[in-house]
Unconditional design. Structure first.
Lengths: 241, 241
């Protein structure tokens, strides 16, 4: 349980002996807030090179240098699963992002739907939230987050080789089989709190690459449905098997 | 999407023509905050008789009477699954309670462990939180919450016919089979953020009724593990099949 207390996402390459410059916000956090001095250890990851133990070689108020010493965790890449979700209230959208990082998705894609009831999604804040979630849970991968895009436009350009599992609350209670195969590209689609409109439902029902799936007999909130669906997909087709 | 806007948990019996007295806090909420007057409709549930549409017959500041008209949802009873969890920070404990209500567990049992790192658990607040979660998500059942009890005492008195699935983060990455059978009494055990101590692990490993289970290759926070484990159990042995 001992070891470095700080775990930081950086953009630079990591590797044995690699020097990593830290600037501005990160320098302030490490050297002023956390009061790390020369010789202190931190954990670094960048989403590509795994996790590294690094040592502070220079520490100033506005910049510093860390040097990588040894890899402490191999790079994990999640299965090729995208999570398409309609933004909900801020706290619950944050929750979807955080839990998707832990459970392991490759990409987060916010979609707008008719009944969407959410403030404007700040993409930069959501991406920062994903990075923070990864820093805190020990993940080595941070899924990218796309710009919000309308569901109909996304469906119009969809590659039919990637099956969309549509968590359809109206089918709650129907049988629980999920079509599909391990390793195949996939996506999960979660609607807004008010559900999809009849027109949106008809569109989804008409598409061969969309498979409606049920998540038990009870009504789940959007963020709960997102988590449960990712969990079930991971167990059936992802890397939890 | 129209219909009554207020959904309220009550303690009294519900049935056709049944009058339900509302007092104090509930009366204030219905008649002052929500400004419902005579003739307005609400939804009621009590965890036993399903959900009923009721109409306001009398509305005063401090008391009122509702009369049940028709059942709008049958009573749902979740499978016989208990969730044993070590309380974490307040917001995340609330989250465990809320999501357990949605996903369907019969009972919530907070357990204390050596590395527990949480404020004192207020049982009344947690029970109120469970009721509020049920009111908001449309559930008709509210799981009871036990008093916090030490894990070792709980294990000492455990009925071995109820299998405990121990979500063991150290086994992350091991194979994903869960022993068990549909409909059998079961419990899920989630440890504290710092994990169980070696002594606690040895104890759990020595018990025939405890089955360690893995939740994928990535590290999950306690509340995420709770949700994922309940989801997987529901799909394999509960009422999501």
């Amino acid at each position: 349980m001992s070891g470095p207390k700080v775990r930081l996402h950086v953009d630079q390459p990591l590797g044995e002996g690699q020097a990593v410059a830290v600037l501005e916000g990160a320098a302030n956090y490490l050297f002023a807030v956390m009061r790390l001095g020369t010789g202190a250890e931190v954990l670094l990851f960048n989403g590509r090179d795994g996790e590294w133990r690094a040592r502070v070689a220079e520490a100033n108020k506005r910049r510093g240098v860390l040097v990588c010493e040894a890899q402490t965790r191999r790079q994990d890449f999640p299965p090729d699963l995208w999570l398409l979700f309609t933004p909900v209230k801020k706290e619950r959208t944050n929750f979807i992002v955080e839990k998707a990082v832990e459970l392991g998705v490759a990409r987060l894609m916010p979609v707008s739907t008719r009944r969407m009831n959410a403030e404007r999604l700040r993409l930069d804040k959501q991406q920062a939230h994903a990075i923070e979630a990864a820093e805190q849970c020990g993940a080595t991968f941070v899924p990218g987050i796309s710009d919000l895009q309308p569901l109909d436009r996304l469906l119009a350009g969809w590659d039919p080789a990637r099956r969309i599992y549509w968590a359809d609350e109206i089918r709650a209670g129907s049988d629980g089989t999920w079509p599909g195969a391990p390793g195949a590209p996939a996506a999960i689609l979660i609607g807004p709190e008010g559900g999809f409109t009849p027109e949106e439902r008809a569109k989804l029902d008409s598409l061969d690459f969309v498979s409606p799936v049920a998540l038990g007999p009870r009504i789940l909130r959007a963020e709960t449905a997102a988590l449960a669906a990712v969990t079930l997909w991971q167990r059936s087709f992802g890397d939890w098997a």
